[in-house]
Structures are given as C-alpha cells and as structure tokens.
Design a protein around this ligand. Structure first.
Ligand SMILES: Cc1cc2nc3c(=O)[nH]c(=O)nc-3n(C[C@H](O)[C@H](O)[C@H](O)COP(=O)(O)OP(=O)(O)OC[C@H]3O[C@@H](n4cnc5c(N)ncnc54)[C@H](O)[C@@H]3O)c2cc1C
Length: 568
C-alpha cells in the first residue's frame, strides 16, 4: 500500500489541472489515476473551444455578460454566485494555458481569436481550429509530466472509495495491466472521472469510457448526486453514428435545413436561429422530424447541416476535423454536400453534489469533485457550448488550491483489515460469478430504454416504465459472468463493472426526471411542457441506500438575475 497526500482520479482536463495546482507545493506527493492513457481522456475529443470574456473579438464583452448568458442558458437553475466566480476567473486560466503552450487560433494582430457560439451575446469562444480539446489535453499532460512530485497510475481502474463515513481514507484501484488490486491511502481524494452520457449507449458523442464510474462510486457510497435529470442532447450528431460535429459548424455560419429546403429554426428561435442553445435546437430538429419534414424514417430519420456556402477554404481552415468526420463516418464531403445529422446524447449537467463551489468539496470531508463528474452547479438545466472546458480549468485550479491547503492540516487514516481486502474480494467474486445473461445484450437494452424513455421528450409513463426496466436490468446484471478468465488486460471484467455503474446512473436519471414535473432546459416533459418556478426552481439531490433511491431539494442561489422567460 502506498500513501499520497492527494490522489486525483481522472486525467482529463479537470484531473490534470487540479493535479498541477496541488503539485505546486513540492513537499506534497500527488497521484493521478486514469483508466486510459491520459491523452486518451474524453477532453481530447472536444472540438469547438472554451468561453472566456477576453474582449478580443469585441471590446463590448465582459465577464458579467458571460455570466448572464450562462444563467439564462441554464434556464435559471445555475447557482449564480458560482457562475460569476467561473466567468470572472475564465480569462486568467486561458492566459495561463497560452503561456503553457496551447496553440490557440489567432487574429490578424496576433491576439487570441474568438468565435460565436450558441447562447452567447458576443463571439467569446477561444479555440484552436476544431481540435481545441486535443491541444489543451496534451499541453496539460506535458505540464503535469514536468512536475516530479506527480506519479501517474495509467490504466488503473477506480473500484471504490475508502472512508469512515466522515472522512475519506483513500481509493481502491484495479490494475488493468496485470489484474492486481492496489489500495492507495490519501489525505485527500479528488474525483475527476468525467461524464456518463454513454448511458445512451447507441447514440452518444461520448468516448466509450464515459461510463460515470466516479459518479456511481459516489452514489454507491451514500453521497448525494445533483440534478441528474438534466442531460444535454447535442443537435448535430452524425445521423448514422451519433458522432459529434462541433457547434463550431453553426458558430461559423452553418444552416439547418429540412426536407422542404427551409431553414426551419426561424419557427423556434427567430433571432438566434441556429445559434440558439442546444436544448432548443435539438427539440426543434426532433419536431421537424416528427412533423414529417425530415429525411428518412424512424430511428434513421435526419435533417441536413449545410456548410457549403462557407466555401472550401474556410471549411478546411476552421473545420478540418468536422470535414474529415463527415467524410469518414457519413461518406459526405461538407464542401460539396449537406451532411445528415440528428441530436445525440452529449453531456451530463448533473453529477456529484459539490457543497462549496470555491473549494469543490463534497459532503464527505477530504473528498472533492471537479469537471463533468461534478455538479457545482454552473450549467443548471442546460450547458452552453464552450462552458465545460472553462469549468474544468477554473474549478480544477481552485480545487487544487483547496486540497493543497487541506492536506497540511490532516493525517492519514488507518485502513482496517476488512478495507484492505475489500477490492480483492470484490474482484474474486466477480470472476467466479455464473449466470446466463450477456453483457452486450443488457447494455444494448439499457441504451434502448434511455433513448426511447428518458430522451429528448419524456412523460410520466415513459419515465416510470424506464425506472422499472432499469431496475430489472440491474438484477440481470447480477447474472452476467466474466467470460474472460485471464488477469492481463481483462477488458471484459472492466466492461462488466462499467455496465453496473451506468445502470445505477441511468436509473437515477430516470428517477429524478420522474419527480421533476415541469420542463426546464434539457429536461422536457410533454405532460408538463411549462417551466414551473413556483415548485421546481430548485436542485434535485438523489441518494441511494441499498437498492432504494430518494430525492430531496435544495434552493438555487439567485444573486444577480431574477428568473425570466428564456427567448432567443
Ligand atoms: C465530442 C465532444 C466534444 C466536446 N466539445 C466541447 C467543446 O468544444 N467545448 C466544451 O467546453 N466542452 C466540450 N465537450 C465537453 C467537455 O469536453 C467535457 O465535459 C470535458 O472534457 C470533461 O472533462 P473531464 O476532465 O471532467 O473528464 P474526461 O476528459 O472525460 O476525463 C475523465 C478521466 O477520468 C478517468 N476515469 C474515468 N473513470 C475511471 C475509473 N473508473 N478509474 C480510473 N480513471 C477513470 C479517465 O481515464 C479520464 O482520464 C465536448 C465533449 C465531447 C464528448
């Protein structure tokens, strides 16, 4: 067993930024754990960019406008003090990245360029062509590697947390490379394990590893999750695969066109058109398809994203990856043809409940959560494009500062013999398990249930039946054997655990959605189509005890803007 002052689980943007900040104190030892090699984390797939009111594209922009846009985009469910904090610190973390070597796209005069994005009053999104996440992740990884008090545990899988009910003690890891279980003792643990939009298995923009392991481990250890019902569906997923075409397509001026050749967004958001927030654009596309104005039928229906008028030069310069994805996965070159697209599950606004946004601390002492696995909440019911990457950096930095200071005040806690054996016993039991259920079948069934019943449109009966079916799938999960008996790179074993995690989270999403009888942001109830501030201007907290879920509610912190109808 090894001891680390801070163990950060997750090596995406959130985990790396936090680790770098902790390691600034050279007397501390920091561990970064990742189930994939760090540069394969999903942050590397981000295309469009990150928001910071630098005022380069127009001097009219300010952190206050950024905050207002974020609050309005959130359908007034974000905690406004946290939003103002993020927007105020956004420029400084972007300049930090610039100095660390992120090759941002530039304006003629050499300043960092900014592009328009959905729901934003001004061009505010800082980018590096359409590979922003890739360059950001690599730069952060370089910075982390340069600090010799950070140790990497690559291809180690978080199985569980160790704690005494009040304070965290460490983590239980499974070494994917050789099948061994390793316990790390820690004074502080930071969960930065990313989102869980893979619960929509068949239609998601997310990496297959975005299975919400950290969020599930928190839930199974009795910690509350917040606002789980709010899932973001991105409007422009490739029709056949759900792979993302960045919002930058619309930011750079792309049109959405239906079968009749109409730019149909005029019906739904006459002012902002294609650049309305994602929840509105996704619903608009699905309405068009329902009304028979889409191409194709049923699950293979779609509308067109037309980029042709941007011209070959601009497409190749600003959207090279978008173009390549359309060619590789849809067989269409956007320079010459419109691209078939349809909404796809993209982002989880909800996650591990963070008590204090300035420190990112959870209700369990010494445990922190940052990035997509956390719910601060700055995105409320709907996240604006470009606001996730900036969240990782701002809250990663301040979480790192808090954890760094916290660990100086506390000692390591002893592990009991039972805790030391916990992980190994779990793995042994799983390896010996017998049963007649198949991993791929249960996972596909989960994807069908979430997409059809907890999707873009929801109602009481669809959610109730989703909750019941997901509970049943959890029982079937107990009968999925690990067919591969080897110890070396047993991805079968890992996938069985990931499926358990996704099933618990999918069920929590359905349960919270069932209890929110209104429509707000990404959560749209056909039986309650209006927003209901009187009863639901509040955060949902869900907990699990044994097999039973329960919800309670928390006030939203409204410090600057009173809720108003959201028009674009
Ligand atoms: C295709 C795509 C494009 C996007 N584009 C943008 C954009 O342009 N702008 C924007 O603001 N946002 C964008 N987003 C959202 C944004 O990229 C993510 O929300 C963000 O990168 C998440 O970062 P993270 O560090 O929280 O998690 P991730 O980058 O997902 O990293 C999670 C880390 O946790 C580790 N991990 C997970 N489970 C375990 C486990 N059990 N054991 C050990 N380690 C574990 C993983 O190995 C990984 O290192 C995009 C998302 C997608 C999917």
């Amino acid at each position: 067993m090894r001891n680390y002052d801070v163990v950060v689980v997750g090596a995406g943007g959130a985990g790396l930024r936090t680790a770098i900040e902790c390691a600034r104190d050279s007397s501390l030892r920091v561990a970064v754990v990742s189930k994939v090699y760090p540069t394969r984390s999903h942050t590397g797939a981000a295309q469009g960019g990150l928001n910071a009111a630098l005022g380069n594209a127009t001097s009219q922009d300010s952190p206050e406008f950024h905050a207002f846009d974020t609050v309005k985009g959130s359908d007034f469910l974000a905690d406004q003090d946290a939003v103002y904090f993020m927007c105020k610190h956004a420029p400084e973390v972007v300049y930090e990245l610039d100095r660390w070597g992120v090759p941002f796209s530039r304006m003629q005069d050499g300043r960092i360029a900014q592009r328009p994005f959905g729901g934003a009053s001004f061009p505010r999104t800082v980018y590096s062509a359409d590979r922003t996440g890739h360059v950001l992740l690599h730069t952060l990884f370089e910075q982390a590697l340069a600090r010799d008090n950070i140790d990497f545990f690559n291809e180690f899988f978080l199985l569980d947390l160790l704690h005494n009910g009040q304070r965290v003690k460490g983590v239980v890891l499974y070494d994917i490379r050789n099948g061994e279980v390793v316990n790390l003792r820690a004074r502080a643990v930071v969960l930065a394990t990313g989102g869980f939009a893979r619960i929509y298995w068949q239609r998601s923009t997310n990496a297959t590893g975005n299975t919400g392991d950290g969020v599930a481990v928190a839930l199974l250890n009795g910690l509350p999750l917040k606002d789980m019902e709010f899932i973001q569906f991105h409007p422009t997923g490739l029709a056949k695969t759900g792979i993302l075409l960045s919002e930058a397509c619309r930011g750079e001026g792309g049109y959405l066109i239906n079968k009749l050749g109409e730019r149909f967004m005029y019906r739904y958001a006459p002012e902002k058109m294609e650049l309305a927030p994602r929840d509105m654009v996704s619903r608009a596309i699905e309405y068009e398809i329902r009304e028979g104005r889409g191409f194709g039928e049923g699950t293979s229906a779609y509308v067109h994203l037309d980029l042709r008028h941007l011209g070959e030069e601009k497409i190749k310069e600003r959207l090279p990856q978008v173009r390549q994805l359309a060619i590789d996965f849809e067989g269409v070159d956007p320079v010459h043809d419109p691209v078939p697209i349809r909404p796809t599950a993209h982002y989880c606004m909800g996650g591990i409940h963070v008590e204090n946004y300035m420190t990112s601390s959870t209700p369990l002492e010494g445990l922190y959560a940052v990035g997509e696995c956390a719910c601060v909440s700055v995105h409320g019911a709907n996240r604006l494009g470009g606001n996730s990457l900036i969240e990782l950096l701002v809250f990663g930095k301040f979480c790192g500062i808090s954890a760094r200071e916290y660990v100086k005040q506390v000692d390591f806690l002893e592990l009991t013999p039972g805790e030391e054996r916990k992980g190994a016993e779990f793995i042994e039991k799983l390896m010996r398990r017998e049963g007649n259920q198949k991993l791929a079948e249960v996972r596909r069934k989960m994807g069908d249930v979430t997409w059809q019943k907890v999707g873009i449109f929801r109602d009481e009966s669809s959610l109730q039946s989703a909750y019941e079916e997901l509970s049943e799938l959890l029982q079937r999960w107990e009968l999925i054997p690990v067919v591969d008996k080897s110890r070396i790179f047993n991805t079968n074993l890992v996938e069985v655990i990931e499926l358990r995690n996704m099933l618990h989270l999918a069920r929590a999403v359905a349960y919270c959605a069932l209890h929110r009888r209104e429509s707000r942001g990404g959560h749209y109830r056909e039986d309650y189509p209006e927003r209901d501030d009187e009863n639901f201007l509040k955060h949902t907290l869900v907990r699990q005890e044994g097999d039973k879920l329960s919800v309670e509610y928390r006030e939203v912190r409204i410090t600057h803007h009173q809720p108003a109808e959201r028009k674009y």
